[in-house]
Design a protein. Structure first.
Length: 72
């Protein structure tokens, strides 16, 4: 398993689609939308197909071989 990187979002919550771009996991909003809808993104170990999913401190987001942790 790869190391988990912490990504500070500068606030309390962020939407899943925004976070994927912000954390550098995905290049564009369109790519984020497709990856989420197609079930390639996991939140806390479970597939989540909601782009607007609200992420909070300590949530883990996984895409391809990377996992990052949300930090305020």
């Amino acid at each position: 398993m790869s190391a988990i990187d912490d990504v500070s979002i500068g606030g309390e919550v962020i939407r899943l689609g925004q976070f994927l771009k912000f954390a550098g996991l995905i290049d564009s909003g369109g790519d984020a939308k497709e990856a989420i809808i197609d079930g390639f993104v996991k939140v806390n170990g479970e597939v989540d197909r909601r782009r607007g999913r609200q992420l909070h401190d300590s949530d883990l987001v996984s895409f391809e071989a990377r996992t990052v942790r949300v930090r305020p």
